[in-house]
Write a protein that binds this ligand. Structure first.
Ligand code: HEM
Length: 72
């Protein structure tokens, strides 16, 4: 759930930042403070990096079995 929520935060904040720097839909995202969205994007990204390592560690046997299937 934490990995999913952090991913949603990175996706939403990244989209808002993209709209801001490209001036697309400027009025829709104008009210959102850029520095806050920027920080959310950066730190949620760090959270994903850490959780991704734990997620892969916990699911390592299953992940390894996918490659065994390819060898057959
Ligand atoms: C946004 C990123 C991700 C989310 C939210 C997510 C979520 C989940 C969830 C909810 C499960 C089920 C856990 C369980 O059955 O106990 C799962 C299983 C798994 N995930 Fe992820 N995942 C993400 C990214 C990844 C990535 C990038 C990989 C591969 C490198 C990966 C590999 C796996 C594997 C191998 C399993 C086990 C599947 C199985 O038991 O059949 N996941 N993931």
């Amino acid at each position: 759930m934490a990995l999913f929520l952090a991913s949603m935060l990175v996706f939403a904040s990244g989209t808002i930042l993209f709209l801001k720097i490209t001036n697309v839909l400027y009025r829709v995202v104008d009210w959102v403070p850029t520095n806050v969205v920027d920080e959310v994007h950066t730190y949620a990204g760090f959270v994903i990096s850490g959780l991704a390592v734990i997620h892969i560690y916990l699911n390592w046997p299953t992940l390894k079995s996918y490659f065994k299937l390819l060898k057959r």
